[in-house]
Write a protein that binds this ligand. Structure first.
Ligand code: FE2
Ligand code: FE2
Length: 363
């Protein structure tokens, strides 16, 4: 016997009474099914091994392998196949128990053809829904991951827009946020922090000065030294930034702490909270070093010419234990010795300032 090769629309009728098989096969063929037939469970399994089908209609009482054992085998080996049991009235109880084993339905002899049609259609629809649902479940995780990536991209784009808004207002911060982010990342990696923390620290670097959006432009872009009132005003930016960013950074608490605490000093003389030593979150101690490294190597008019990286690191060391955490400074030195700080792209360095440029340079 040559078996068909396509599984779609195939049905296997299993019954030890040839006459009953023929009745069902006739009906199913009239309804457009390709029909295979077997006289018992073992023959049915042999056929299924060669030709998967969508639907098995099986008698309960058969020699060699009965309908229940066939159902068990089909559920285990061909779980996508719908099984409809065929039963005499006396076996209805057994047929009902087959439903709990995974049969889609049962038919009671003698058949009413319209009933067979309706039950088969129902069983195949149920099978389709089960397969659709499984397919949906399998792809759900992928969809959620794609959606999460899109949301993250959208979030980062919003952050980028905010950063660009600040750069329009204060051109001399151009590139500063990106470089502070990169320096912070290098230092965090030198300290051996986990990637997830490093990523939050990078984000914190990007947004650390966003509070300057709330600083008056006349102060932000003032040429020449600041008065103490102006200095105080500009130093409100960590708290302003923290207020602006708190709703956006609920999932990135380290980044938010960088915004608030990047102007704290190791000796407790910083702002806004006067935290000292390891009371300052480590991410903020990292960002403080990164911020100063960039401020010194970018060069602001009142500071004179920009320092080289080696000179800036020398300054960090000179202020280690007072302004900066000695452990972080050691990590900066190690990163520089390993050539990691030199890896930051030159195009991200601040523009060389002209003497006419404004003097504000609070990092
Ligand atoms: Fe700052
Ligand atoms: Fe800064």
């Amino acid at each position: 016997m040559t078996l068909p090769t396509s599984p779609s629309n195939f049905c296997l009728v299993v019954d030890d009474e040839p006459r009953l098989r023929q009745v069902l096969i006739h009906l199913m063929r009239n309804d457009g099914f390709e029909c295979l037939e077997a006289g018992d469970g073992l023959d049915a399994v042999a056929i299924l091994e060669k030709q998967p089908v969508h639907l098995v209609m099986s008698d309960l009482r058969m020699p060699r392998m009965d309908g229940k054992d066939l159902l068990r085998t089909v559920r285990a080996r061909w779980p996508d196949t719908a099984v409809v049991m065929i039963t005499a009235v006396a076996d209805v109880e057994v047929a009902v128990s087959c439903l709990s084993m995974g049969a889609m339905d049962y038919l009671t002899k003698p058949f009413h053809l319209e009933e067979v049609r309706a039950r088969v259609a129902q069983a195949l629809e149920k099978r389709r829904l089960i397969l659709d649902n499984r397919d949906y479940q399998e792809r759900l995780e992928d969809r959620v991951a794609v959606q999460a990536r899109r949301l993250e991209e959208l979030f980062l784009t919003s952050i980028q827009s905010l950063a660009e808004t600040l750069e329009l207002k204060d051109p001399y911060t151009r590139g500063h946020s990106v470089r502070v982010s990169l320096y912070s990342s290098v230092i965090a990696r030198a300290l051996g922090l986990d990637l997830e923390l490093v990523q939050q620290i990078e984000l914190g670097g990007h947004v650390h000065d966003l509070g300057k959006i709330g600083v008056r432009e006349a102060v932000l872009n003032k040429p020449g030294p600041l008065t103490s009132d102006e200095y105080e005003h500009i130093m409100t930016h960590p708290v302003l930034g923290w207020r602006i960013m708190a709703p956006l950074l609920s999932e990135a608490p380290m980044a938010l702490r960088i915004v608030r605490s990047h102007h704290e000093r190791f000796d407790g003389r910083g702002v806004p909270d006067g935290l000292a030593g390891t009371d300052i979150p480590v991410e903020a101690r990292i960002a403080a070093c990164a911020d100063s490294l960039d401020a010194m190597t970018s060069g602001r008019p009142y500071r004179g010419a920009p320092l080289t990286m080696a000179e800036a690191i020398h300054e960090l060391k000179a202020n280690s234990g007072s302004q900066f955490d000695p452990e972080i400074v050691t990590a900066v030195v190690r990163a520089a010795d390993d050539g990691k700080l030199a890896l930051i792209p030159q195009q991200l360095r601040a523009p060389i300032l002209t003497p006419a440029a404004p003097a504000t340079s609070i990092g």
